[in-house]
Design a protein around this ligand. Structure first.
Ligand SMILES: *Cc1c(COP(=O)(O)O)cnc(C)c1O
Length: 237
């Protein structure tokens, strides 16, 4: 097995160093350990080593692992189909991937049925990449306005973004900067269902650049658990 504990301490150090570049400490940044394709045993090693939050990008993987994983906060970070919201509404602390009013309304309906308010992030696709989910920067304001108007059981806690892949992540910092700009703008809105706290940006290969751009939540998988091998994955894929 990978040295998950050792990898984690390296990740915490890297987070700390990046945070210090902008006058913060690593403790100002939440680490969500991304456990897709990983077994409950591997996830529990990470939890024993201090991980408080884990992220999955597939509903099925959350369902399969939920019972076997120690108490932890679950984050849904991947594309979410409306017909699957019902399976995770009572399991996850935060849904990062809301990019349509249709999805927000379904979350609203299911949250209402459970008597809860669901925390969500709005996912932005800052480079308008075909291959990625999320609303464009220009559509964000409209979507947030519509959600606030029509989804009383949903609370918008911030924004999430995946930057384009680049050999040198510094080359795409501009996209993180653009999302941060929007984040600051919406943070000033005064509404009972809007309480910005999370700017979810940064993965294994670019989280330092994201933190320097103002991210306070990083989603890190392979730097903790090792490279993913989808062919050997026991669950999902
Ligand atoms: C897989 C995934 C991550 C983590 O990716 P790594 O490169 O393994 O750190 C982060 N965010 C999302 C949305 C993902 O699907």
């Amino acid at each position: 097995m990978e040295d998950i504990k050792g990898n984690l301490s390296v990740v915490y150090q890297r987070m700390d160093r990046a945070a210090q570049q902008c006058g913060k400490t690593g403790e100002d940044v939440l680490l969500v350990a991304v456990s897709k394709t990983r077994t409950p045993e591997e996830i529990n090693v990470a939890i024993d080593a201090g991980v408080t939050d884990i992220g999955e990008n597939k509903v099925q993987e959350i369902m399969d692992k939920y019972e076997a994983v120690k108490p932890v906060k679950w984050h849904m970070i991947g594309h979410l189909q409306t017909n699957k919201v019902k399976y995770i509404i009572d399991k996850v602390a935060l849904i990062h991937s809301v990019d349509s009013l249709k999805l927000a309304k379904e979350i609203n309906k299911r949250a209402g049925a459970h008597g809860i308010t669901m925390d969500i992030l709005v996912q932005i696709n800052p480079a308008d990449e075909e291959s990625k989910f999320g609303v464009s920067l220009g559509e964000t304001k409209q979507l947030i306005g519509d959600i606030l108007e029509q989804c009383e059981n949903v609370r918008i806690r911030g924004l999430m973004s995946v930057a384009p892949i680049a050999e040198d992540p510094r080359d795409v910092k501009v996209y993180f900067d653009k999302v941060k700009e929007q984040y600051d703008e919406f943070s000033r809105i005064d509404h009972p269902n809007l309480d910005f706290q999370y700017l979810s940006m940064g993965m294994s290969h670019d989280f330092e650049v994201a933190i320097e751009a103002g991210s306070n939540l990083v989603r890190v998988g392979s730097a903790i658990f090792g490279e993913r091998d989808y062919s050997k994955a026991q669950i999902g894929g």
